[in-house]
Design a protein around this ligand. Sequence first.
Ligand SMILES: [Fe+2]
Ligand SMILES: [Fe+2]
Length: 282
Amino acid sequence: MSVRLRVWRRAVGCAQLGVRPLNQDQPTTTVLATQDWLDHFEHNRQHPMPVPWDDGAQMSEVECQAIAGSIAEFQLGESSEGKNLIHYAKRYAQRSGDTDYARVMGLFIAEENRHARELGRLMDIEGIPRKQNTFVDAVFRNLRRLAGLELSISVLVTAEIIAQVYYQALRGATGSTVLRAVCDQILKDEDEHVRFQCERLAILRSRRSRFTLWHRGCLHRVLMFGAIGVVWLNHRSALRRGGFGWRRFWNETWRFTDAALKIANPRRYVWDNLAAADDLAV
Ligand SMILES: [Fe+2]
Ligand SMILES: [Fe+2]
């Protein structure tokens, strides 16, 4: 079975132009089909935004000190192979008949790994050492292993929302034109990642009761609350350097969370011939 769509052409057309397909605040009745996400990730892979690598090292010592540990931790987070996610995606694809879903998840992980490569290349240029493991990265990886596709995606979305705010701060934290260009690409990608993952949550939850949806929303906010605290404690020097004090970081993160939870709300869409979570038990 597959998800049937109505006005998706407009969204794909916009994605090919490299702009956000739909305003996330606008009410909509559709989610993008798996094939459209396949097209989106393929297009994005083949048309990266330019990065002025030849500009070389440009960060001052103060800028480097403020962001070095932080960027190294995010670089590590972006480099995950996503084995568990791929495993759950394959199982879901088999049970639902949405056969391309695992491929799309593979392309999504490849895009995250491109973020890791570009951040790593920038770190090498600036002489910032890489990290092999960190406590926060281990927590996120273990949480994603816990159980099933839905919970894995929920944890992932938490990290994506943090990324939407963090890379804005990192972009403004230094005078490096290379870092700015890398952050511009990542920010553009992360907006689509949130939409991709949240729409899948909506599909998985399409037949859930109001109480279950309310419970999932609460769970997500608890996860977000914890993530905000941990990220602030570990990355506040980079965030502050980029103009994000505690209040701004808090407000922006919840603004993105509200937008993401709207996309993940199945009641926002009209469903047609849908394979829902109750049938799939993934
Ligand atoms: Fe990323
Ligand atoms: Fe992402």
